[in-house]
Design a binder for this molecule. Structure first.
Ligand code: COA
Length: 181
């Protein structure tokens, strides 16, 4: 399914949102590496991200073939400046629930790109009748992300206390939030 900005786009932002293509593999791989290098609030550290461009292309191909998973990219003048991907447990009792992760490149944050990506993802989920629950994990000190999720309507369901240890000694909780589109 292709998604692009349109008059019915849930929010306005200066980017085009579409599904990732296999040909995005190299650029997406470089984008993800940059995100891990420039963001505090994710678990994976740059040295732990081992995927190269070839495996990234295969990863995108798998998303494209999976009926309940996707990878959305936000493009500004052809450059990837944002990304959102989801994953779904295929076991029957929980296959209605899908989890996602998202990011926007430094320099492009606070311009509505994150809200636009999330809005497109919610539309994508609504078009997939099997999916009725969207869930996410967010660190308790990630004020910006928490503000975005609350604004969209995600509810706090629970907290894993002291779940994440930062290298500088800070310890934060992991919030679990959910939304029923
Ligand atoms: C979280 C993230 C994806 C948000 O993307 P973004 O493009 O900056 O978000 P938006 O500009 O769409 O902002 C959406 C809402 O977030 C809130 N927000 C925006 N800037 C903010 C700021 N500086 N401080 C607090 N809240 C802010 C507002 O509620 C805003 O809505 P509004 O503009 O209508 O007031 C982005 O900050 C990011 O990539 N962070 C690093 C990776 C990360 O933490 N990912 C999430 C892991 S759970």
């Amino acid at each position: 399914m292709t998604v692009t900005n349109s008059a019915t786009s849930p929010t306005k932002s200066p980017v085009i949102i579409r599904e990732g293509k296999i040909s995005d593999g190299k650029a997406l791989n470089a984008y993800i590496r940059t995100i891990f290098e420039t963001t505090d609030h994710l678990i994976t550290r740059p040295s732990e991200f081992k995927m190269g461009a070839w495996r990234q292309r295969r990863w995108i191909a798998q998303k494209l073939m999976d009926p309940v998973e996707t990878c959305l990219v936000a493009l500004a003048d052809g450059e990837i400046v944002g990304m959102l991907d989801n994953w779904t447990d295929k076991r029957g009792r929980v296959t209605h629930a899908t989890c996602f992760s998202m990011s926007v490149k430094k320099g492009w944050r606070c311009k509505g790109v994150g809200a636009d990506l999330l809005g497109h993802f919610i539309q994508w989920v609504k078009a997939h009748k099997r999916l009725t629950r969207i869930e996410l994990h967010v660190h308790s000190d990630n004020k910006h992300a928490l503000a975005l999720y609350k604004k969209v309507g995600f509810e706090l369901e629970g907290t894993r206390k002291k779940a994440v240890f930062y290298e500088d000694g800070r310890v934060v909780d992991d919030h679990i939030m959910a939304f029923w589109p």
